[in-house]
Ligand binder design. Sequence first.
Ligand code: IFM
Length: 422
Amino acid sequence: MYVSSDLAPRPFSLPPEFQLGVATSATQIEGGELQHSWTRHAEHGHIKDNSTPVRACDHWNRVKQDTGLLRELGVNSYRLGIEWARVQPERGRFDEQALARYRDEIQLLVDSGILPMVTLHHFTNPLWFEDAGGFTAKDAPDTFAAYVEAVVKAVGDLVPQWITINEPNVYLVNGYLFGIWPPAKNSMRELRKAARGLTVASQLAAEVIRSGRSAEGFRNAEIGVAHHLRVFEPLPGRLSALTCRRVEREFQERFVDSMSEGMDFLGVNYYTRERIGFSARPGEGFIRRAESENGARTDLGWEIYPTGLSTLLRRYAKRTSLPVIITENGAADAGDHFRARFIYDHLRELHLLMEEGMQIGGYFHWTLMDNFEWLEGESARFGLYECNFETQQRRIRASGEFFQDLCAAGGVTHEMISRYLF
Ligand code: IFM
């Protein structure tokens, strides 16, 4: 059970222009028989509960209903993903119907007074791209840019904010180093190659969006990368300090540095802290990961560490000189025991930073409803709404009601504190 270190929550207000929203990704909610890397990974038996993205939340057929949930929450912004394999099922062939259908979805958001933030790449590749080498292929950036061009042409005039790539580090490390995600490789050489391809792809995507800005595109659309950033803390000792520094550099700093140029904001997906020490075993890359003494953990065992958000933002906002948007933050909490408090604690960190003068544009909670959580399948429950995958019924959780009140009040009130946080 999570008990926050702060025993006395206090009310606070968020600035009127602050974006309060939720984030989802296409593969995790849409469902459908699509030829992409994660459907194949699931078919190969890699998902813990044997679920697949084919079912997920069947969002593709329930867009109106799910937009209704967003309206019910009262969010002013929504981060959604586009499924590349749906838009471009084969090299050189774009599915105009799929693009038109995304346009309808985004138009519905706009008509509902909800600002869409669109993610162009969120871990999943069409098989024709994956099997041609993914982002290690020479022509990968141009191929990706052609897809982006088709999307911008179809919906660009409706989209004020874009994410080119979601969590480049997680995608690359899990797929190319640990080999647990597609394309299941264990090669530092391949990782570096894919990282270069992804970085150029992100830059080209930004150029495409920008060129659309002045023509049919949305004027002054903002562009960012959603980086997965963790707090890395060293175990005692000089070697551990050096190891920890190296891990932070390789896992995140390098990506933030190489992908921030030409971006309008720094997207931060924040979940947890890691403690890193030196290990004498070369097989583990001389790295030891240790649990912290703090007992607060999510259902997936991730430490809950809200103050880490401030530590991170202080460091990375300064490093990039970009305004920040929290593009994800959330917790697996099937029993909904601590999610409301988790949200409160993280938002309060943001509030304190904004009082100090840091430019923070918004907070997108991960996520709207329980969904297909990659290797965890349907077992990890991150939703403000509970999703029954069998019946596809959605039911708001108490933490969802807290978020609803948060959106309505533009902050946290005394009444909300006594109702949800004790
Ligand atoms: O579900 C994921 C999301 O796709 C990327 N960021 C972390 C989330 C929780 O694991």
